[in-house]
Design a binder for this molecule. Structure first.
Ligand SMILES: Nc1ncnc2c1ncn2[C@@H]1O[C@H](COP(=O)(O)OP(=O)(O)OP(=O)(O)O)[C@@H](O)[C@H]1O
Length: 260
């Protein structure tokens, strides 16, 4: 079997409690190269906990996460050292936060925000770094003239696009996104979604996107998982789940969106 035909990520039986509150239980799924998976569900259903547990940002109490690196080897993420996890997060993975301020350095220039990950990978040529940063700013529809401005002077939508550029500049294979478009104006959201769809396709990115917005899942995701009270209650191809939901909770979610 070739590498392409094998999952890039294998998540098995993840469980996480906060005190005596079970926030996540028995979450398992595979993610394939180039596949976009949406995790949907109401507030408090465990979406972010699942995302963070998969992305090695919070250690689960039980279960495992295996990631296949570019060389085709499958690694148990929680058996890696923290240094290895950090390296993975800076190179083959990306993480787009809901609040751009959590994913950007707000007081360094837009250009430096984009080139930082490249420098982390050993790139030191100033001219090349700057040219790549400018190229990426333009790819995410930020005027090249803003390259020396700090994100604090950017609008919400621009900050989010900068965060995307900062993550994608190293050509990761897997990107985690936590509500990447929420909190933005509807028209800004629509543009950002278009951009995300275009970039994930162009770059053949595998992605896991947490969202409470079924329209985001419809637009971006090949597959979706529906969570309720820490459990995955339904999963499948996005169109199938949304057009023919089986679990009563998914039916409720879908019908509540359709109601005027
Ligand atoms: N650090 C924490 N300490 C204690 N409880 C937590 C912590 N993080 C999350 N929880 C609880 O775990 C449950 C799942 O939270 P989680 O943030 O994963 O849900 P979510 O579906 O992402 O919600 P939202 O859409 O509101 O972000 C919730 O009941 C939440 O209150």
């Amino acid at each position: 079997m070739s590498i392409v035909e094998q999952p890039i990520l294998r998540v098995q039986h993840l469980e996480k409690s906060y005190g005596d509150h079970l926030a996540l239980t028995d979450a398992s799924f595979d993610l394939w190269p180039g596949e976009v998976l949406a995790i949907v569900g109401e507030s408090g259903s465990g979406k972010t906990t699942l995302l963070n547990a998969v992305a090695a940002r919070i250690a689960p109490d039980r279960g495992s996460v295996h990631y296949r690196t570019t060389d085709g080897e499958l690694h148990d993420v929680y058996q890696m050292t923290q240094a290895q996890q950090r390296l993975l997060s800076r190179t083959e993975w990306g993480f787009v936060h809901q609040h751009a301020a959590d994913g950007l350095r707000m007081d360094v220039s837009a250009g430096a925000n984009v080139s930082e990950r490249l420098m982390g990978m050993g790139d030191r040529h100033y001219g090349k770094l700057r040219a790549t940063a400018i190229d990426w700013l333009q790819r995410v529809e930020i005027d090249a003239k803003r390259v020396d401005d700090i994100p604090r002077t950017f609008s919400g939508g621009m900050r989010q696009r900068l965060q995307i550029a900062r993550n994608l500049v190293t050509k990761p294979r897997l990107v985690f996104m936590d509500e990447p478009t929420s909190g933005l104006d509807v028209s800004v959201q629509a543009r950002l979604l278009d951009l995300l769809r275009q970039l994930t396709r162009e770059m053949q990115l595998a992605a896991i996107i947490v969202t409470h917005d079924l329209a985001v899942a419809r637009l971006l995701a090949h597959r979706m998982m529906v969570m309720q009270r820490g459990r995955v209650v339904e999963s499948g191809l996005t169109d199938q789940v949304l057009d023919d939901p089986h679990h009563p909770y998914t039916q409720l979610l879908v019908s509540s969106v359709l109601q005027p």
